[in-house]
Design a protein around this ligand. Structure first.
Ligand SMILES: [Zn+2]
Length: 619
């Protein structure tokens, strides 16, 4: 092909492209807003999202070849855009590895033997799971049911009274007798410290048990999902010396049935009279092995650079990132060959990566010349502990003191009611105004959150004192389920979020001054100082607000009557948008302050006044 033909081809291509997107060649007359609005189309975000959320990538689990292929795809996209590689050896990949403690899936097992039958193996993560604080080791022993596994002389109650469990495996129900009965001889609706996993395990160990099997009894929890916490529970790290495992209720129920008893009746018997009903389950044996192992997970971020145009400011960078990894696939059930097993992670977070790619493509195609340098990153290992972003801040492309801000996009594909959440505006002076101006005209309602400490890659930057924003369109019922599919994405909405993020990134990149980092109330408090505490652990609810998971015994929340299952709507009249925002609201108070909490319970709103207690010293 001679050069004349080549030039002709290019001219033809350029003309075709211009026609396809129906756009004049971009010139000085066009503002960056117009550039982004014209170039970031639904098609531009749809293609990479559908590609990455396909079953072929098998859920993009960190440390797998699937994830490596996804990273290679993103690197290829960056290369096609003629961005500069910023990884090792002149490529786009920033590789690293991370040691982790994990359950050894090949060696960890639990089998139950019923009288007169063969041992029956349970399935890890399906019907049983070891607890994080469990000891490693093996056990093979008879099973003794010990009710709630509680010895509480102060409440005149002992599940172990008159029993010898030395060398036996104890089967224990979670919670405590009559846990939702205000009149219970325990502390009424409050959970005492006897109800915790660790207290039950420690008590079993004290009585000489060889191991512990925990399950959730039916009373008060019939309708609840029989969740396996186990290894994933945020239990404290201090370990016990015996294996501690959780099993699902149907497996525990079998043991009662074979003994000629009915679990619900046994539990009701304990609850009604506050009297233990423990007994050795004759002929029932448990055999278990718990093995943890150190694993090295090989990961890689994909890093690309668009150099800044300003002689001085180009030494500073704005990082825009999204995590590429997700949670993989579950093992196929041979009985259900048609079952969907791939966690496609279309919203979490193919959507964020698609938005970042679209932003980068629009900037390069549109000839945008930012004053500061822009670094585009697709992070690995977010789902297993923010490892990619933690690696990046330890090995940044430019020093962190030259990093003006970070903009993170995580789950931005489910725009509903035009509502976009932008968290972290409190981490840099003027950030809220910057975003406000940047999104003008896009028809978005923005819910602002002050704190940058939401558990996402932006947090890794905020912890290193880099102002960090987190764009997010909210949780939904498909979160971390196989149903988080590409077909459920709001593509026009995703394109609008990408435009909003592109405008924000460019506004920060072009500003005369970088946003000055502002420490939040929580960070300003001296390390170890005892701040005020509300006394709940909560998660974002499906329909807004924060769903209370646990209430700390003795806390102000508990005294005011907050219960697990309540949804916090407002505190002090301010909408509760994120967990870190709630923490910041509380941190702005003093111990002893009263806060007004509006919560939703059984569909109705209630207002409670909570007096803030002091945080325990070890927190
Ligand atoms: Zn995510």
């Amino acid at each position: 092909m001679d050069s004349g033909v080549k030039r002709l081809c290019w001219a033809w291509l350029a003309a075709a492209w211009t026609l396809t997107i129906g756009l004049c060649p971009l010139g000085a007359q066009e503002t960056p807003e117009q550039t982004f609005d014209a170039l970031i189309t639904e098609a531009m975000v749809r293609a990479p999202l559908e590609h990455l959320a396909a079953d072929a990538f098998n859920g993009r689990l960190a440390g797998t070849d699937d994830m490596a292929r996804a990273a290679a795809y993103v690197a290829g996209q960056f290369k096609e855009m003629s961005l500069q590689p910023a990884g090792a050896d002149g490529g786009f990949l920033q590789a690293f590895s991370q040691g982790r403690r994990d359950v050894d899936r090949d060696k960890t097992s639990l089998a139950l033997t019923l009288p007169g039958s063969e041992p029956c193996s349970l399935r890890l993560d399906k019907t049983f799971v070891p607890f994080r604080f469990s000891a490693q080791g093996a056990l093979d022993a008879e099973v003794v049911f010990v009710g709630y596994g509680i010895t509480a002389p102060e409440h005149g109650y002992d599940d172990y009274a008159g029993l010898d469990v030395k060398g036996k495996v104890v089967l224990i129900m979670r919670y405590e007798p009559s846990e939702k009965d205000a009149e219970s001889p325990f502390k009424g609706l409050e959970h005492t410290q006897h109800a915790t996993f660790e207290a039950k395990a420690a008590n079993a160990e004290k009585h000489g048990a060889a191991g512990v099997l925990l399950f959730t009894g039916p009373h008060y929890h019939e309708d609840q999902r029989d969740e396996l916490y186990g290894y994933h529970a945020a239990a404290r790290r201090e370990s016990v010396d015996v294996p501690v495992l959780q099993l699902v209720r149907p497996e525990a129920e079998k043991l009662f049935t074979v003994c000629g008893k009915e679990l619900a009746k046994v539990q009701a018997g304990i609850d009604e009279k506050n009297s233990p009903q423990s007994w050795a389950m004759a002929g029932v044996r448990a055999k278990a092995t718990v093995v943890f192992r150190r694993t090295q997970t090989r990961m890689r971020n994909v890093v690309a650079v668009l150099p800044g145009a300003d002689e001085v400011l180009s030494r500073q960078v704005v990082v825009v990132g999204a995590h590429l990894d997700h949670i993989g696939a579950r093992s196929a059930d041979p009985d259900k060959p048609d079952q969907d097993v791939v966690f496609n992670g279309a919203d979490d977070n193919a959507s964020g990566v698609a938005a970042v790619l679209a932003m980068a493509r629009a900037m390069t195609q549109g000839g945008v010349k930012p004053r500061r340098t822009i670094v585009f990153v697709a992070f690995d290992g977010e789902e297993i502990g923010l490892f990619g972003s933690r690696h990046y801040v330890a090995h940044p492309v430019r020093p962190l003191e030259k990093t003006a801000a970070m903009v993170n996009l995580d789950m931005v594909g489910r725009l509903r009611s035009d509502t976009l959440m932008v968290l972290g505006v409190g981490s840099g002076a003027g950030l809220k105004d910057t975003v406000d101006r940047a999104v003008a005209g896009l028809g978005l309602k923005v819910l602002y959150g002050q704190s940058a400490m939401a558990p996402a890659d932006s947090m890794s930057f905020a912890m290193r004192r880099v102002p960090a924003l987190f764009f997010h369109t909210g949780l939904h019922l498909d979160y971390h389920r196989v149903s988080d599919e590409a077909s459920k994405i709001n593509y026009p909405g995703l394109a609008r979020v990408a435009r909003a993020a592109a405008r924000t990134v460019l506004a920060i990149a072009d500003a005369d001054e970088a946003p000055k980092y502002t420490a939040t109330a929580m960070q300003q408090r001296a390390r170890g100082a005892r701040g005020p505490m509300l006394g709940v652990s909560a998660l974002p609810g499906d329909a807004g607000g924060l769903a209370v998971r646990q209430v700390v015994p003795g806390s102000g929340a508990e005294k005011a009557g907050v219960r697990p299952g309540d949804v916090l709507v407002t505190v002090d009249g301010k909408a509760v948008v994120s967990v870190p925002d709630l923490a910041e609201m509380i941190a702005g108070h003093k111990v002893g302050d009263k806060v007004k909490v509006v919560l939703r319970r059984d569909g109705a709103e209630q207002t409670l006044e909570v007096t803030l207690g002091a945080r325990a010293a070890q927190d």
